[in-house]
Write a protein that binds this ligand. Structure first.
Ligand code: GUN
Length: 287
């Protein structure tokens, strides 16, 4: 039987609509949620991402402050802007779009953002909080995967006690994904480029998360009958067509549920960013 499609576009719309309602209630109390978005240089993909983030803010009713800086901006200038935004009471979240030009050190920039405004969840303080089960901002893409699992297939996918295999160990997806799955009581395996017998390891999975960045590398030989397959990859194939890490056509024949690319994990990232901004505003309201 063909797999059920987990519709990320629909689920992300639901999350954004829920946020829109909650944001209207905050507005009635005179509270405005504000996200500052910083883009350095003119990378076309980053420009698209930033535009989409600003559009989502507008839809939900957040205020967005936009800083589009030239590629020659120095690290000192960027850090000074971040400092100013850290100090501003009317700014809830700060997002610096990655990648940054080569002369700017991304780690230094991430560390400069106040953890209480780090809506990307990249600051070591937030990563550490996730690791030891404390409250903090969680990286948006893995947080989105959890929502897809909880809300997809009519809420029938259980995570607790399941064998979960994550392929990929990046700081932004693979590692936080493993911690979130652990928090949901899954039994977690993280596979990567040095993993031996990858097919065998992946075949153990009840829930398989592919986050490698290689078009079509997960085939039907990696998937157990009835597994849930989440495809985090966003790649272009030889024809320039958008595709995931999973060979969708053949894997959807054996999986019980699967996310498509596009329209799966992708739209969830922005929805979760918006959720983090809302949470940041609530936190700042209390402090
Ligand atoms: N570049 C690609 N993905 C992301 C993301 O999630 N956040 C930021 N800040 N930059 C990115």
């Amino acid at each position: 039987m063909a797999a059920q499609i987990i519709d990320g576009k629909l689920i992300s719309s639901q999350i954004k609509d829920e946020l829109k309602e909650k944001t209207a209630l905050l507005k009635e109390k005179g509270i405005e949620v504000t996200l500052a978005v910083i883009l350095v240089g003119d990378d076309p993909a980053s420009e698209v991402y930033v535009r989409n983030k600003k559009k989502a803010c507008e839809y939900i009713g957040f205020r967005s402050l936009s800083y589009e800086l030239p590629a020659e901006t120095t690290q000192e200038e960027l850090l000074k802007l971040i400092d100013e935004l850290n100090d501003r009471k009317d700014v809830d979240g700060i997002l610096v779009q990655m990648p940054l030009p080569a002369h700017i050190d991304e780690k230094t920039v991430i560390n400069a953002i106040s953890p209480s405004k780090d809506v990307d969840g990249f600051h070591p303080m937030n990563v550490g909080a996730l690791c030891i089960g404390e409250k903090g901002f969680v990286s948006c893409t893995p947080a989105g995967v959890i929502q897809l699992l909880k809300r997809g297939c009519g809420g029938k996918i259980d995570i607790a006690g399941k064998e979960c295999v994550i392929v990929g160990r990046s700081n932004i997806v693979g590692k936080p994904m493993s911690l979130l799955m652990l928090r949901e009581n899954a039994t977690v395996t993280v596979a990567h480029s040095r993993t031996k017998n990858l097919e065998e390891v992946c075949k153990r999975a009840d829930i398989l998360v592919a986050a490698v960045g290689k078009a079509g590398m997960i085939t039907k030989n990696h998937v157990k009958e009835g597994a849930v397959v989440i495809d985090v990859g966003i790649n272009r194939n030889e024809d320039g067509k958008l595709c995931g890490d999973v060979k969708f056509d053949e894997v959807s024949e054996i999986a019980s549920a699967i996310t498509p690319v596009p329209g799966g994990v992708g739209p969830m990232t922005i929805a979760m960013l918006m959720n983090n901004c809302y949470e940041a505003a609530l936190m700042h309201m209390e402090s």
